[in-house]
Design a protein around this ligand. Structure first.
Ligand code: SAM
Length: 171
């Protein structure tokens, strides 16, 4: 299985992958040379590329079966409330949503995009775990099946709401 690990940093998200699946071929993209070097020391079998992850995704997404992306979170995080009050005024970086929309529309494989819980209502529904949000085709497939089965079962509206809340559907 060919996996693309974007915005790889030190590979915190990468640690358990070999436990889940043995035959994986990972390509990691990180633009900071020092971090890329440290990542390579930790995961000597991975291919590490020093490049802009966003552009790399656009040019190479078709070469992979699974794509993980952790775009930078500073412009989305709740810290922007007090940073703004201190005069640090900036837009949330829409590359996060560019990647979600792009992968969800054009990528044939599976993907997971991860970020912090933002200071605004997420623009695209995600799955929440701890302090992070995950946008993934797997979750969309699960939601699709839940919705379909709830319709088939003709469950009452209020019951539907309870079930959806239980499975974190509304986030
Ligand atoms: C949130 S961290 C990723 C954490 C990583 N997923 C982990 O679990 O260890 C974001 C990383 O993306 C890198 N980065 C930011 N913008 C980038 C870009 N355009 N291309 C490649 N790497 C980038 C930063 O240097 C940083 O290491």
């Amino acid at each position: 299985m060919k996996i693309l690990n974007l915005y790889a940093c030190l590979g915190g998200n990468r640690y358990k992958w070999n436990e889940v699946k043995e035959d994986i071929e990972v390509t990691a993209v990180e633009w900071d040379e020092e971090l890329a070097k440290l990542y390579q020391e930790r995961f000597p079998n991975d291919t590490v590329i020093v490049a802009d992850a966003h552009q790399y995704l656009l040019e190479h997404y078709k070469d992979f079966d699974f794509i993980w992306s952790s775009p930078p979170c500073p412009t989305h995080s709740v810290t922007n409330h007090f940073l703004n009050a201190q005069g640090i005024e900036r837009f949330p970086d829409m590359k996060l949503y560019e990647e979600i929309i792009f992968l969800d529309t054009f990528f044939k494989g599976k993907y997971c995009i991860e970020n912090v819980i933002p200071y605004y209502e997420p623009l695209i529904r995600a799955n929440k775990r701890g302090r992070h949000l995950y946008w993934t085709i797997l979750i969309y497939q699960i939601y699709y099946h839940i919705e379909k089965h709830l319709q088939l079962l003709q469950i009452k509206q209020e019951e539907k709401r309870n079930i959806k809340t239980y499975v974190n559907f509304t986030i």
